[in-house]
Ligand binder design. Structure first.
Ligand code: NAD
Ligand code: UD1
Length: 349
């Protein structure tokens, strides 16, 4: 079976994808520097797959550390999740985002070319579409009207990847995720909160756990059925399946040179108030909330066109929002029980 390098594999989406690839028989090798994750995620992956994970603690901005991994291993394909992802942090410190995200990708591309690895799946985001007036958002819409440095870093990385794919004979697929939610059904793996969350579901979970008083619903005066904003929430296990399909496609690809971008969403819009109701029915608890003003930079409605994912990858998200809320709550209860104690070190290869 193929050997897949997963950068950022200790993170939220990377760890779920690592579980799935391993369960599907792939050999996986994770690198991460834990800038936004913890070794406990790798232990949870190992527990779920009942196997040790090959891992190196590597900062992708350090080209020598990265090259050392390539010099000692042979990879058939790479999934590149590693990157910083907070919109608000990127506005306060754009250089941190450009340095980390763009340098990491440049270093990875240099190592790929040096060691003749040609297949790469890249974590892009629906944020590259910026302020589009029409929904659903389709891959052939113009991109780059970004509104924050995080989004710009993704846009620029897509441009770089396309240029390098075409000139250096690589085969690259950028997957544009919509709003990832949910957790592994085991309750062992999910997104570990750091500080006060900015995103909707992590915030609701803190409210449900009694750590925050109430949710602020950012706007009830949008032109939507209930006035609250609409997003395309996709279960993280469905996202992992999307990556599996992308890797399968790249490994079978006849053409050695190509670049493509594909949306991963459900193609279904869900409002903030609908999300609150889903959490309430999944948990049997009330989510106290108050209506607050619109959040600056927010779009009223965003959801994916899914035809390309279906045609190119045979991918269709299957898990419901209710399932995502249930899984999120199961993981939250696991965290509430185990606490967020300081990490022990993990084995390094
Ligand atoms: P995450 O923060 O949980 O995971 C990213 C991982 O990359 C973390 O484990 C972090 O420690 C690691 N990392 C960051 N910089 C690194 C570096 N220089 N060297 C080594 N490791 C590094 O984020 P996630 O939610 O799993 O997102 C994965 C990818 O998907 C990111 O690139 C993100 O921008 C993108 N994405 C995420 C979302 C989302 O809402 N979660 C939406 C669209 C796109
Ligand atoms: C945000 C990022 C986007 C990123 C995505 C990852 C911004 C402007 N955009 O998108 O770049 O790719 O996360 O999932 O930050 N909401 C509330 N109350 C809250 C939090 C959110 O009402 O406390 C609303 C928001 O207004 C929005 C919806 O919930 O309508 C979803 O918000 P969020 O989870 O932050 O995702 P996005 O805004 O879609």
């Amino acid at each position: 079976m193929a050997n897949v390098l997963i950068t950022g594999g200790a993170g939220y989406i990377g760890s779920h994808t690592a579980v799935l690839l391993s369960q599907e028989g792939y050999d996986i090798y994770i690198i991460d520097n834990f800038i936004n994750s913890e070794p406990s995620a790798l232990r949870a992956v190992e527990k779920i797959i009942s196997k040790c994970v090959q891992f190196s603690e590597v900062d992708l901005t350090n080209s020598e550390e990265l090259d050392a991994v390539f010099s000692k291993n042979s990879f058939d394909a790479i999934i590149h999740f590693a990157g910083l992802k907070s919109v608000s942090e990127s506005v306060g410190d754009p250089l941190k985002y450009y340095n980390n995200n763009i340098s990491s990708t440049l270093n990875l591309l240099n190592s790929m070319c040096k060691y003749n690895i040609t297949k790469l799946v890249f974590s892009s985001s629906a944020t590259v579409y910026g302020k589009c007036e029409t929904v659903p958002l389709a891959e052939d819409f113009p991109i780059g009207q970004t509104t924050n440095p995080y989004a710009t870093s993704k846009f620029v990385q897509e441009l770089i990847l396309k240029d390098v794919a075409l000139s250096n004979n690589l085969n690259i697929m950028a997957l544009r995720y919509f709003n990832p939610v949910g957790a592994h059904t085991s309750g062992l793996l999910g997104e570990k909160p750091r500080g006060i969350p900015n995103n909707l579901c992590p915030y609701i979970l803190q409210v449900l756990s009694g750590k925050l008083d109430r949710l602020n619903v950012f706007g009830d005066d949008y032109e939507t059925a209930d006035g609250s904003a609409i997003r395309d929430y996709i279960h993280v296990v469905d996202l992992a399946i999307g990556h599996l399909k992308a890797i399968e496609k790249l490994l079978c690809a006849e053409s050695s040179v190509s670049y493509d971008a594909i949306n991963l969403g459900r193609g279904v819009g869900v409002s903030v108030l609908e999300m609150i109701k889903s959490f309430e029915s999944a948990t049997g608890r009330k989510v106290p909330y108050k209506i607050a003003g619109r959040r600056q930079g927010d779009l009223p409605v965003s959801y994916a066109a899914t035809d390309k994912a279906s045609a190119e990858l045979g991918f269709q998200a299957e898990r419901s929002i209710e399932q995502a809320c249930l899984d999120l709550w199961r993981y939250q209860e696991h965290l509430n029980k185990t606490g967020t104690s300081k990490e022990q070190s993990v084995r390094e290869k």
